[in-house]
Design a protein around this ligand. Structure first.
Ligand code: FES
Length: 223
């Protein structure tokens, strides 16, 4: 398993939270601010959250079919390569070819949207598909004021193993089977997306919620 940081795929959001041709979600991976969205055709997009024109956040804009339109001057950028394809103030003008949103690798797998910040992110590892066993349910996303490596170490001490992908752990919290997907968001901000085989509304799911709160306070206070 390659755990080199540049090769990591980061679990940035639940796939279901990005609706085709609709919303734009803000995200972070290793300090990189992201605009996450889905074209009308369903293709996942992860872009630097800055318009290349005057740096306004893309998350303020809107999705128009296969394009993202900036909120400020309305320049439109194409899903896929991020190329500027339209300037509303000059509809007859050919959009400059060198104006392009910064696009990162994005793939849906195991119910999550994964993003790679690497230069060449053409191939996501097939192991991402096994990060959450089929049929498991989303529990919650924990927010921790702690570094990602401290969180990974804390999970390992609790018997969690990451056999599939570097940031996809599996183990148990309060005897409830749990997949813990770690997102290194910022230097002292880490998210854990928790999935479980416990059905929604079950006592086991409630136990997992309580165990997750305890896990957070333990890591934040003791590591
Ligand atoms: S800042 Fe985005 S179009 Fe001008």
């Amino acid at each position: 398993m390659n755990t080199d940081d540049s090769s990591r795929w980061h679990p940035v959001a639940r796939s279901a939270d990005l609706r085709p041709g609709a919303n734009i979600v803000a995200g972070f991976a290793q300090g990189q601010e992201l605009a996450l969205w889905r074209s009308a055709g369903g293709a996942a997009q992860a872009w630097e959250n800055r318009c290349p024109h005057r740096s306004v956040r893309f998350t303020l804009g809107q999705v128009i079919e296969e394009r993202l339109a900036c909120a400020y001057h309305g320049w439109q950028y194409a899903a896929g390569n991020g190329q500027c394809v339209g300037i509303p103030a000059h509809p007859a003008m050919q959009a400059p070819r060198n104006v392009c949103a910064k696009v990162f690798g994005a793939v849906d797998a195991a119910g999550m949207l994964w993003v790679s910040l690497a230069q060449d992110a053409s191939a996501a590892p097939p192991s991402l598909a096994s990060a959450v066993p089929a049929g498991w349910h989303f529990c919650r996303t924990l927010t921790l004021r702690a570094g990602a490596q401290d969180v990974r170490d804390a999970l390992a001490r609790r018997g969690f193993a990451s056999d599939e992908a570097p940031d996809a752990f599996q183990g148990a919290l309060d005897a409830v089977k749990t997949a813990a997907l770690v997102l290194d968001a910022q230097p002292q901000l880490t998210f854990i997306h928790l999935w479980t085989d416990a059905p929604p509304g079950s006592d086991a799911m409630k136990s997992l919620h309580a165990a997750a709160r305890n896990l957070r306070s333990t890591i934040e206070t003791q590591g």
